[in-house]
Design a binder for this molecule. Structure first.
Ligand code: ARG
Length: 583
């Protein structure tokens, strides 16, 4: 299936070809000046430059060739040689009627993609930094899946570093390992108790180790023993991991974030030694000051890229080492054409080092895409990274709870969900909270920092998730009323003054989707879905629907409502947002 602008580009491109010019010059896009025309083509300018001709003359020849084509209701030259185009209502209607799957064609053949957007560290509470990764990454996963990619989302937990050794050493030294081992994974209270214990214990142990060299040495020794899978270290670690995973799964489920793979750094441990051996054989892993490193500088670097450390002097493996080994595993198990990391922008250097190291070591081939899709910081209203009121790290669980409380208050204020029982009302409040959090995050350009302003983002007005939910619910309730009144939606879609803008906009979904895929950037879809909701509002303001006396118009308008809400909900789903049936 071809998008509307692709069809128009083909028509105009053929006209260029007919003049002995490249058909690519006929590229048509949505007009920058909707007051002048629906579409524009700037190819005559470029063509004239190449052929040293007058651009208006070239444009005129193109228009002459297109004259009489049933697709166009207006063909005009503007300014120095821009071509302005409007399409006929019939052309618009038949394009829409011929579109399936909202005009989106799945890529073929499919391509395998590994998406890395988790990164929570076991034994630690998840914090808001993990929220952005999850929200953006899960949306990218949904978007690419919808576009036909074969996507594997990996949570890639941080579960193998010195922080684990430190924690285990502390339990053993205080003779409290039973607190871990006796935890009942099927009992939420028991899981919660251990999570709390670990969350308090880790900073304590880490602080003590900074002061006390022998505690530090003990922690390091425990890390090495753990990595050699010695007991009781490994047994304690396994339990900690299982309990943490149970906690994480619950949090991600509340957020509606899905992972296909629940792997962690520990899973790739056995790939490290052979990988390093091979790097040594190839001569790219080198001794430096007792450590083993890979030099990743490039001649054209304009900033300093330090070597990536494989083994520290004390023999511990580093963050970069596990990330390289993870790529070894991903190539071996899935052989993806793209590996994309949705991780904090501040880790850009780390990924630069890792990507260079694996390319140097020929772990991936030249065609494999490696991308760090970095994101900015979520700040508080003070412009500093979002914290609790006391200045501590805000936990993800607490943030979701805050948003949910606020959603309840908003529903009260707007007198919504008033006649519902507690169960339904809590479902609506949860959906509003998730929509608020996710849309506030996703609407920003990925790399930008943004301010988390709970009052603003939970509002039912403005560019917010709750506003979009409200629009979707309003349309659904209109359709329910029509159904209750016995109106069937049999009849034709009629393009009219009051709905043309909405219909034209609805045909632009494939382009917005493509932009989001190209940049791993859901904000394009956010922008688009918000415009759609606004265009629907204008249509709703322009046209009577249930009160329309003309039956054919009434049915056409209801059909448009049905199409709009289906497309709206599809896009919201791609953003990980779900509308309730009523509100
Ligand atoms: N665990 C890391 C952190 O909390 C994030 C991991 C991101 N993913 C990766 N493959 N390095 O900072």
């Amino acid at each position: 299936m071809t998008s509307l602008t692709q069809k128009l580009s083909a028509l105009v491109g053929a006209a260029f070809e007919g003049q002995g010019l490249a058909k690519e010059l006929g590229l048509v896009r949505v007009s920058d000046r909707p007051d002048l025309a629906q579409y524009q083509c700037n190819g005559a300018m470029a063509a004239a430059k190449q052929a040293k001709k007058n651009p208006r003359e070239v444009a005129q020849n193109i228009l002459d060739a297109l004259e009489g084509n049933a697709a166009f209701s207006k063909l005009e030259i503007a300014g120095p040689g821009f071509i302005n185009l409007n399409i006929t209502d019939d052309f618009l209607k038949s394009h829409i009627e011929g579109s399936q799957n909202f005009g989106v064609t799945a890529i073929s053949p499919s391509e395998k993609v590994v998406l890395d957007y988790g990164g929570p560290n076991i034994a630690k509470a998840m914090h808001v930094g993990h929220l952005r990764a999850a929200i953006i990454g899960d949306s990218v996963r949904r978007i690419m899946l919808f576009a036909g990619y074969d996507v594997l989302g990996d949570v890639h937990m941080g579960d193998w570093g010195t922080h684990m050794g430190m924690l285990i050493a502390d339990y053993l030294r205080l003779d409290e390992a039973h607190l871990v081992l006796e935890t009942d994974i099927n009992d939420a209270a028991s899981v919660h108790a251990l999570m709390e214990d670990m969350a308090a214990r880790y900073p304590k142990a880490s602080g003590e180790a900074k002061e006390n060299a022998s505690l530090k040495a003990e922690a390091l020794e425990a890390t090495v023993k753990l990595q050699n899978r010695e007991q009781p270290y490994y047994g304690i670690w396994e339990k900690i991991r299982d309990v943490s995973v149970a906690g994480m799964k619950e949090t991600y489920a509340r957020l509606g974030v899905h992972f296909d793979l629940w792997k962690g750094e520990a899973d790739v441990h056995d790939y490290i030694a052979p990988m390093v051996e091979e790097m040594k054989t190839k001569g790219i892993a080198e001794e430096s000051d007792g450590a083993l490193v890979v030099h990743v500088v490039d001649e054209d670097d304009n900033k300093k890229i330090p070597p990536m450390i494989l083994y520290k002097r004390d023999g511990a493996v580093m963050y970069g080492t596990t990330d390289c080994a993870t790529i070894v595993e991903r190539v071996k198990l899935y052989n993806p054409s793209k590996m994309v990391y949705v991780v904090d922008q501040r880790q850009a250097l780390h990924f630069e080092q890792v990507f260079r190291a694996v390319r140097k070591a020929d772990i991936v081939n030249d065609h494999t895409e490696l991308t760090h899709a970095g994101f900015g910081t979520m700040n508080g209203k003070d412009g500093k990274p979002f914290k609790t009121r006391e200045g501590g790290v805000m936990r993800l669980e607490d943030l979701i709870q805050m948003a949910t409380d606020k959603a309840y208050a908003r529903l009260d204020e707007a007198n919504l969900a008033a006649d519902m029982d507690a169960h339904e009302r809590s479902d609506v409040a949860h959906k509003v909270a998730i929509a608020a959090i996710k849309f506030a995050d996703l609407q920003n350009q990925r790399q930008a920092d943004y301010v988390f302003d709970l009052d603003r983002l939970t509002s039912f007005e403005g560019k917010t998730g709750p506003y979009l939910l409200y629009q979707a619910v309003r349309i659904k309730s209109l359709l329910n009323k029509a159904r209750d009144a016995g109106i069937t939606l049999e009849g034709e879609l009629i393009v009219e003054e009051g709905n043309r803008e909405l219909l034209l906009l609805m045909t632009q979904f494939p382009e917005a989707l493509q932009l989001s895929i190209n940049g791993y950037a859901p904000h394009h879809l956010c922008e688009y879905v918000f415009k759609m909701a606004q265009a629907f509002s204008s249509f709703y303001g322009n046209c009577h629907i249930l009160s329309e006396a003309d039956e054919a118009l009434k049915v056409s308008r209801l059909k448009l409502c049905e199409m709009t809400v289906a497309q709206l909900e599809k896009i919201l789903e791609l953003l990980g947002i779900y509308a309730p049936t009523r509100m």
